[in-house]
Ligand binder design. Structure first.
Ligand code: PMV
Length: 325
């Protein structure tokens, strides 16, 4: 059977950085994110008895099967669904990969939903989120709708994403500034291995539950300014852990820093905007919808900003009818 799914990337307001179980991808702490309407992966999967090996094509490029995380993920779906057929997988992203925009979140969420449907088995949203998490941790947050909490859990069955609010809950936007189309040199999976070498990691973990509660509260109350202050500080805290790990991880480029400084300046001038970044140079700027046009025109004039992608909160991964092959 053949099935196609589209999934959004997501931006974390409370970040996932550190695993308590590497194989199962169980996070050290719970996290919270918003699905992004403008950053999506679309994936078609077909299982067929005639295929003698898995065939994977991502953004027009054939992927090697040896050591492939996609093949491992197909194996998980095959095992859960009780099937043996090999698969053809074709996937496209509508945004740059490996620059900090979480293409693995949208990619593994779309792959999970398409593969589960193509396998002909019924999975609940929770099952899909648990499966997606094992492909890429943050992918579990791209399965449910809107604003999503990833419950950290202590077992595979208790670690998954749940929707806190639907996508129309809050009229905010995530404006992405693409500052550089280069790729990061240390993958997220690799970078996360060093987390416990930072002296600040235990400090972060000791305070993270309280911070997550606070962000949930501000999201529920839709209080943009304290919300923005908290999520910007959270991003800087995660990067402080990265910077003080051994080896030190620095995902920012001069372009990232220039935008960070500009955001602070624009805020001082009265525009309520706040940044957050992940493992890459591109930068997410959160604002209320009424501020988007002003922010876009400032970014258009900013030095080194190559592209601007405006995202609204979006629904989670879902099936569509248009197949890619
Ligand atoms: O799911 P991964 O392995 O790509 O990790 C995502 C890590 C961050 O993007 C840095 C933070 C997060 O919570 O999305």
């Amino acid at each position: 059977m053949k099935a196609t799914a589209i999934a959004p990337s997501n931006v974390a307001f409370i970040k996932y950085w550190g695993k308590k179980d590497v194989t199962l991808r169980l996070p050290e702490n719970g996290s919270l994110s918003m699905n992004l309407s403008g950053l999506t992966s679309t994936t078609t999967v077909e299982f067929h008895a005639d295929y003698w090996e898995d065939f994977i094509e991502i953004n027009g490029v054939r992927e090697e099967n040896k050591g492939s995380r996609v093949v491992l993920h197909l194996d998980r779906v095959r095992e859960s669904a009780g099937i043996k057929e090999k698969a053809k997988v074709v996937s496209v992203n509508n945004f740059p990969s490996d620059t900090g925009l979480s293409s693995s979140a949208s990619g593994f969420a779309a792959l999970t939903v398409a593969a589960a449907a193509a396998a002909g088995s019924t999975f609940t949203e929770k099952d899909l989120s648990i499966l997606a998490r094992q492909g890429s941790g943050s992918a579990c947050r791209s399965i449910p709708d809107g604003f999503v909490e990833w419950l950290d859990g202590v077992t595979s069955e208790t670690s998954y994403g749940v929707s806190l609010h639907p996508s129309n809950w809050w009229d905010i936007a995530d404006v992405v500034a693409v500052v550089n189309e280069g790729k990061k040199s240390v993958s997220t999976t690799k970078g996360m291995e060093f987390v416990t070498t930072s002296p600040f990691f235990p400090v972060r973990l000791a305070r993270i539950k309280e911070k997550l509660m606070k962000v949930k509260e501000l999201l529920a109350q839709k209080r943009f300014v304290p919300f923005g202050e908290l999520i910007e500080a959270e991003a800087l805290e995660m990067h402080a852990v990265m910077l003080t790990s051994t080896p030190s991880l620095m995902y920012w480029t001069p372009g990232t820093l220039r935008v960070m400084k500009s955001v602070k300046k624009w805020r001082d001038e009265g525009m309520p905007v706040y940044f957050t970044m992940n493992t890459g140079q591109d930068i997410h700027i959160l604002c209320e919808s009424k501020t988007v046009d002003e922010l876009k025109s400032k970014l258009a004039d900013a030095d080194g900003v190559r592209d601007i992608i405006v995202n609204k909160p979006a629904r989670g991964a879902h099936l569509i009818q248009d197949h890619l092959f």
